[in-house]
Design a protein around this ligand. Sequence first.
Ligand code: THU
Length: 196
Amino acid sequence: MQRNTFDVINGGLFEEPVHGSCIEHVLTGKKRKTFEGDTETIATCPNLVFSSPQPHTFRPMKKIPSATVQRLKKLARAAAKKSHSPYSGFPVGAAILAGSGKTYTGANVENASYGLCNCAERTAIFTAVAGGEREVRCVVVYTPTKTASSPCGACRQVINEFGPQARVISICDSDDLLDTTLDILLPRAFGPKNLG
Ligand code: THU
C-alpha cells in the first residue's frame, strides 16, 4: 500500500495511505481530488485539526463505480419522499451500498416523543443489517437544503460499526456536495476493536 507522511499545518506528523479525499488537499493546500478524479476547491480540511502524531492503518477502499454513486444519489433523493417528519418539516433520505453490492434506502422517522426520532442514515443501515448485511461501503444522504450537510454524530458512530472506511456523500437541493470518508468524519472512532 502506498503511504505518505504529511507535515500537517498545525504541527503533527501523520501517515496515511493515499486513497483520495483530503489527502490531496493537504498536498496542494487548495484542491482535493474527488473519487471520480475531478478536482474541486474546498474551504477547510478536517485533517488539519490533527495536532498530534496519528499513525493510521487503513485498508485501501474499493473504488465505487460512478454509475453506482449516481444511482445511490437518485435513491437517496427519492427516499426522502417517504420521510415521516411532521415535527421538523425536514425530510431526509439516505441510500447505502452494502457489502453484497445491494442497495438499501431509508428516511428519517420522527416521533411525538422527539428524542426517539431516527435519522435517514440509520434507518437505511438498520434495514440493511436486518436484511443480513454486515458491511457498509457507501452512504449517500440527501437533505432539503441549499448546502450539503454531513451525517450527525450518532449516525457517524453507527456507520463506523459497519463501514469504518465507508465513503460518505452528502447531496442537497443545489450542486453543493460533500464527498469524504467516515474515518475523516470520525477520527479515532470507538469501534468493535476497542472492546478488546
Ligand atoms: N436528520 C437525518 O435524518 N439525517 C441527518 O443527517 C441530519 C438530521 C433528521 C433528524 C430529524 O428527523 C430531522 O432531520 C431534523 O434534525
